[in-house]
Design a protein around this ligand. Sequence first.
Ligand code: PEP
Ligand code: MN
Length: 337
Amino acid sequence: MILVIKQNHDVKQLDNLIGWISGKGLKVNISHGDNTTILGLVGDTTLVDIELLESLDIVESVKRIQEPYKKANRRFHPDDSVIDVKGNKFGGGHFSIIAGPCSVESEKQIIQVAEAVKAAGAGLLRGGAFKPRTSPYAFQGMREEGLTLLLKAKEVTGLPIVTEIMDEKHLDLFRDVDIIQVGARNMQNFELLKQLGKVPNTILLKRGLSNTIEELLMSAEYIMAEGNTNVILCERGIRTFEKYTRNTLDISAVPILHERSHLPVIIDPSHAAGIASLVEPLSLATAGVGADGLIIEVHNDPPHALCDGAQSIRPEQFASLVTKIKGVLNVVGKTYN
Ligand code: PEP
Ligand code: MN
């Protein structure tokens, strides 16, 4: 981190600042130029509050040289992390697919969809039990009962399951959930993230609607700092001025995240587009851009879905999509599963 000190600064104030920084265990290199004084901070600069430094009278500007995330940073972990969920691998050249309905609606529905996506080649089943809906009057999910049905579908099909947690109070209910999803709306629910850092389950962390890539990595850092390093990142579209899609898929987030982090990155084309016909082209782009997997909404009767029917594809469309994705994976040299 580099601090530019204002011209004509108070020497005593500068001494105090240097003493305060050194007290945090950081080394301070001082460079006195003709017009400016520059401090170079060496060590773990996550310990200093950049905004606090910027607000000081004698400080002209502050520039971070190293990223504020450590455990998620590729600099300290050059190899890709490979996350293996019951034989489904994400990262390090492996690509897996999670598929299923937006929400669990009944035993018949979740088991039918689970069997269909399994037959089509999906490795994991998704299904929301606790749903984050914009309106309190919209279907909120089957909650505990939905989780029970999802566990039943896991038992029947053998597919590991992925479902969203909204409240740390529910953590006990999620013990047998293979991947716990943190939805876009909770990406910065820091208390929830800290609790998820203490469990053995894999965490699927979705990017917030209006969050930067660095903020996504800082949220991953919250989980990892508590000990849980099984984190999969998910780009699911961000909010822009564009109205023809529900969100805008930030496809460049994938190579950027891969450059900066060792964690696997998957894409959710369903929530990114909000339109079923866009799911296939965006999924093929996902495989092409080098992502490590997909999470796709599949419903057996989209027009009657209780949530997100417009963006859900049918099982037969999903089956044809999986075949095409395998073709792209062959071209980019990735292994399916
Ligand atoms: C979901 O996966 O059903 C969901 C609500 O996703 P997101 O948090 O990305 O909106
Ligand atoms: Mn949904």
